[in-house]
Design a binder for this molecule. Sequence first.
Ligand code: FAD
Length: 504
Amino acid sequence: MKRCVIIGSGLGGLSTGVILAREGYDVTILEQESQIGGCLQCFTRRGVKFETGMHFIGSAKPGQTLNRLLRFLGIDDIALDELDTNAYDIVRLGSDEFRFPTGEVAFVEQMCNYFPQERQAIEAYMECVQRVANASSLHTLSLENADNAISTEYQLRSINEVIESLVKDPVLRDVLVGNLPLYAAQRDKTPFSTHAFIVDFYNQSSFRVVDGSDAIGLALQRKLEQYGGRVVTNAKVTKILSDEHGVTGVSTADERFFPADTVVSAIHPVPTLAMTDSPLIRPAFRRRMTSLPNTIGIFSVYLDFKEGTMPYLNSNYYAYRAGVSPWDCEAYTLDDWPRGYLYMHFCHDAHPRFARAGVILSYMRFEEMAPWLGTTVGHRGDDYERFKQQRAERLIDAVEHSFPGLRNAIQHYYTSTPLTYLDYTGTPEGSAYGIAKDISLGVSCHVPQRTKLPGLYLTGQNINSHGILGVLVGTVVTCSDLLGTAYLYQQIITANQSSIISHQ
Ligand SMILES: Cc1cc2nc3c(=O)[nH]c(=O)nc-3n(C[C@H](O)[C@H](O)[C@H](O)COP(=O)(O)OP(=O)(O)OC[C@H]3O[C@@H](n4cnc5c(N)ncnc54)[C@H](O)[C@@H]3O)c2cc1C
């Protein structure tokens, strides 16, 4: 039996663990925190539960890509609640609101209602999104219809360039990228393929996880244990050990040794590489990984509403100040922060009438954290608490502008900064989504799933992309390398066939 140690129990580590354990590996996942899940974690204050990093998911209806992956992992029974099919996303630009309905035809018609003179452009845009999304075997989980030429072209063209080539109206251009905080896109840098995957993913169907995203982590942990694997918490890996043949295991901060023939690191590649001094990892590769840009961090305000006061908003709400485009929000000044925000409610029960909790998210650059570098959660000082309170008040004011009465409905609120994410996930700079894609870097920003140190693999949000689908696709990439691509795709097909039969 092959012994596999996985570093990190986020979505990437847990899903990789389930697949390898099912294929006969003896899997141990080591997690630095006391709670599993990384960004899937929830926390509870005064009896109210809050999600920290997975607020909604897409393509989860039977036959759609995420659903097929969840079935393959054996966790498709997680309770989900569908977002408003007439407006899963609402984008507010100044005082105008634009609703995104589920399904490509409904989306095109709705956009044509808002911008009748742009019908041709809207149809061309949606057709382009579909073409790019369907060209990727990883996005469709089908090896047959992959079109590498299209995939490559749109990995090298920026979102704004493609949209500007199709759409004339500047307002429509902004509406189409209204949910851009989901992928922290940057003008002239982020590839159109990233936009196409996310638009297609959520437009197919959008759901919240009933009672919190930690259900996904717990379901994966149960599957892992069913296949004989285990998660060890409070086990921070500090060293990847190797000899001239390859990895031999890992050791932890409290000096425990875990032997392994295969080590899969499901954390950011930079701290991973810092754990090994093997000469098989070339200095040029270390330099390349260290020089890659990370996506911006996020400031979150978690809202605890008075019971029965806040009608449940079954949509995600993205708002931008008058005259501000979704682009360039990361270039805020201290005076004009927040240029934009994303506001969402948590779904504590199926089809709730009132929300018990919500969250407001806005970009925050890591440089703002400079005064508190090196401090830890709960011990950063009064000035940090004051900083967070001032920022929270500004964000609440901004949302109150669109939702009068919001402030009165809040009984408590809590905050987190990029420093919180740095502490809880270990992602450098507390970056929201890990390594940023940049078309000007071409293939240099690609993070391989296999390293030159035999037995050391990478997975998680930096391999393919972030988000539930991006990470699970990264898991498929890494596990394909270990188990064989054709074999793994066949396993996904078989799991879905047998699952369909068992559901009949
Ligand atoms: C604010 C926010 C909102 C988001 N909203 C959504 C959303 O609505 N939908 C969506 O699909 N995606 C969303 N995402 C993105 C998504 O949550 C992530 O892309 C995904 O969960 C990352 O999974 P991961 O396994 O790669 O990494 P992580 O979740 O970061 O997990 C890494 C794990 O490794 C552990 N670790 C780190 N270092 C060590 C070490 N040395 N030893 C042992 N353990 C270690 C960490 O503690 C952590 O548990 C959001 C992200 C953020 C930040």
